[in-house]
Design a protein around this ligand. Structure first.
Ligand SMILES: [Zn+2]
Length: 488
């Protein structure tokens, strides 16, 4: 039994850490792959997080094509914030479905944020080991659920990552152990699947570098504001442990695949310190839009009431729901507003302009008025300073009209605001603007977040196909898979 092409997916993996560990003589299997393959650094679409990176690769198009920028998005018809699954978003055809239609046998497991339509000849497993328990696991064909259950009855972190207790070394260690267990289970499952069947393309993904980066990075990073040397003594270098475990899994999978298989590795976007002003952006936007002295909105009042009524532990679990309720309240305010911040991955803030002809109750006209407002927002948000560094909190403002063209551009917001992490030891707490005053934001449960770069390692014959952005990766995988006729 054989696999012709094996694509190893490492969501949230950091190529700088991999390089560093290889230099130190660790990660022998990553080293072997890096020596044999051509490495490409791939810049994520501007202002985007992990989900968009993987969705853009899945369809070979940027967010203006697939229309996704976060797992919950703004609905311009109702002004609600809804789960993507509940929104009428364009149906996507991922590259593995294209290959399946051509008769290739493909298996794909746990690609981060993927279209889940079944394949005629292959296997689709999604959210077997998920990030958060937002929607159920998907197994096509359904028997794959039984096969997976032979390895473990349920995900060791089935209750999700955000709700894990992490306040003591013991709890952190327990969480880490379960995380590492997931890699071991997948290693056995993937190796068996590769040995037992014939595949044109096997896509084997791991999400653990992503999760460990969001929640443990402060223990590997002595300069992190939240680094606790006592805990770091007890829970030793969790990121490094995770990459070690991934290296072992890769070794086993390469053995199973044999020398004939062509190997690709796709990883990222990398992880760094969590630095974000997303927790303050709603208030910043309100002040920039309405002025410093403007009375609190209904949504702000709702937020305060909610926080005083619901205990902190419950709030964490109810977070997404509560935010949705608050957004709905905000909707009624937004009808009167010029712009509003909408939820996004914490690596950048996200602003939607209340545009006539696009939003149901639009207040701003296209052209001069829109352009002037973009400038006003850019200057207003950039006027906030991080007192730790004395620098503006803004690294770059991404004007969506200038960066993204595609049929579904209107599903995207108008601005992504990337936060400046330069010389910061940890998350922003109080932000100060001469014009708009002080805004504080609460602590965040994450300590690490996404950086703008991922990586793609290809067999040497693809060395000249240089992928700059996620969507450039797709044609390379298609080309590799189509080198020979389908096995079927
Ligand atoms: Zn993430």
């Amino acid at each position: 039994m054989s696999v012709k092409t094996l694509l190893i997916g490492l969501d949230g993996a950091d190529h700088n850490l991999i390089d560093e560990m290889i230099t130190e003589g660790e990660l022998p299997n990553f080293k072997k792959l890096r020596d044999d393959l051509t490495t490409h650094e791939v810049e994520n679409d501007p202002g985007q997080g992990n989900g968009q990176f993987w969705t853009s690769v899945a369809i070979g198009g940027n967010p203006a094509h697939h229309g996704r920028y976060f797992y919950i998005q703004f609905n311009p018809k109702t002004y609600d914030i809804q789960m993507c699954d509940d929104l009428d978003l364009p149906i996507l055809t991922p590259f593995w479905k294209t290959l399946d239609d051509e008769g290739y046998s493909v298996s794909i497991v746990d690609w981060y944020k993927m279209p889940v339509s079944p394949l005629d000849n292959g296997v689709v497993m999604h959210r077997w080991f998920a990030h958060e328990p937002l929607t159920a696991s998907v197994f096509h064909p359904p028997e794959m659920g039984d096969v997976a259950a032979k390895y473990i009855e349920s995900d060791p972190i089935a209750e999700g990552f955000a709700s894990q207790p992490r306040d003591t070394a013991e709890k952190l260690q327990d969480f880490l152990d379960r995380l590492l267990q997931r890699i071991e289970i997948k290693q056995s499952f993937y190796s068996d699947q590769i040995r037992e069947k014939d595949w044109d393309l096997y896509i084997a993904c791991f999400g653990e570098a992503h999760n460990v980066g969001h929640y443990f990075i402060q223990l590997d990073d002595e300069g992190h504001a939240l680094h606790d040397p006592e805990i770091a003594q007890k829970v030793k270098a969790p990121l490094r442990q995770t990459y070690h475990r991934l290296d072992i899994a890769i070794g086993e999978m390469l053995d199973a695949a044999g020398d004939e298989a062509q190997i690709f590795v796709l990883g990222g976007p990398a992880m760094g310190r969590f630095v974000s002003a997303n927790g303050a952006l709603e208030e910043i936007c309100r002040r920039v839009d309405l002025g410093y002295e403007a009375p609190l909105s209904t949504a702000e009042t709702a937020k305060k009431t909610y926080h005083s009524l619901v205990p902190e532990t419950m709030r964490r679990r109810l977070g997404p729901l509560a935010r949705a309720v608050r957004r709905r309240l905000a909707g009624s305010d937004f009808k009167r507003r010029r712009f509003l911040c909408v939820p996004h991955n914490d690596n950048s803030g996200c602003i939607r302009i209340n545009l006539k002809g696009r939003e149901r109750f639009g207040t701003i006209s296209r052209g001069e008025e829109y352009d002037a407002l973009i400038t006003e927002i850019t200057e207003g948000v950039s006027s906030f300073i991080n007192p730790e560094t004395g620098r503006s909190i803004v690294k770059r403002v991404v004007n969506v009209d200038k960066e993204f063209t595609g049929p579904n551009r209107d599903l995207l917001p108008d601005l992504f605001i990337e936060w400046d992490k330069t010389e910061t030891s940890g998350n922003f707490s109080t932000l100060i603007s001469e014009k708009f005053g002080e805004v504080s934001q609460p602590a965040h449960s994450r300590t690490g977040d996404h950086e703008p770069f991922g990586f793609f390692w290809t067999p040497r014959e693809f060395a000249t196909d240089e992928p700059d952005r996620p969507a450039d990766i797709t044609p390379i995988i298609l080309k590799a898979a189509r080198q020979s006729p389908p096995l079927g």
